[in-house]
Design a protein around this ligand. Sequence first.
Ligand code: ZN
Length: 288
Amino acid sequence: MKAIALLSAACLAFAAACSPSAKQVTAPPEQAKPEIALYALDCGKARVQDADLFADDGSFKGQARDLVDPCYLIRHPAGDLLWDTGLPDALLATPSADAGPFALTRTVTLAAQLQQLGLAPADIEFVSISHSHFDHVGNGGAFAGSTFLIDPRERAFMFSDEARKAPEFAAYAALEQAKTTSLEGDADHDVFGDGRVKIIAAPGHTPGHRVLLVQLAQAGPVLLTGDMYHLAESRERRTVPRFNTDRTQTLLSIEKVEKLATETGARVVRQHVPEDFSALPVFPEALK
Ligand SMILES: [Zn+2]
């Protein structure tokens, strides 16, 4: 009060020069930006009898592991972004499906979870993926009406002649006709133009692997790291999976992501790690 009184007195003397300061003191606080909400959706689970494939140095040989496979919905005042599309909803009809070393299950569909929020796939403005392995593109085709945000190196990889022969291709084939924004080079892609949702290049696991940084009002920055780290120990040990496109690039991307995590103080979410998933609000609650 005393400071304001003094300032007012001073401003009486120098009215023109002081008016901006006086305004700062008396104006109501600036309106807070509308919040962003991050939903972690259950998009399936995978069990491996031998996790050896997750580290090319033999770190996990002979160990059985359970992995989660979430999709993330980021609701921004300017639109919705779906990050990864999980295992196919069609798996719900089969008790457990085998895909190579994985036993796969789904107990709820992505479509049903979106419906709980009053959303249909056609309502989602943007769809993007960390990368195009089968457990991240399983419902991609349902979002062919969204704008597909994709690294051109990943797009070339997922629509290559070889990829077209893979059993998972049909699940996302329709994305080839989607309206597409090509995320050129290694610059961050600012999805809504306000710096709060950024898709960040982290290639190596696949040619155009990416991670997502979301700035939440209450929870702070959150980094969804795709398949940078498959198991809980992968991050600490900096392991590289046996199924991987470019080892050197993967290690450089790990360094980049770790530096970003340190600089931003972001909460790092290892997308396949069950404890990271269960530490997030249970759907339909959101992290805000
Ligand atoms: Zn994966």
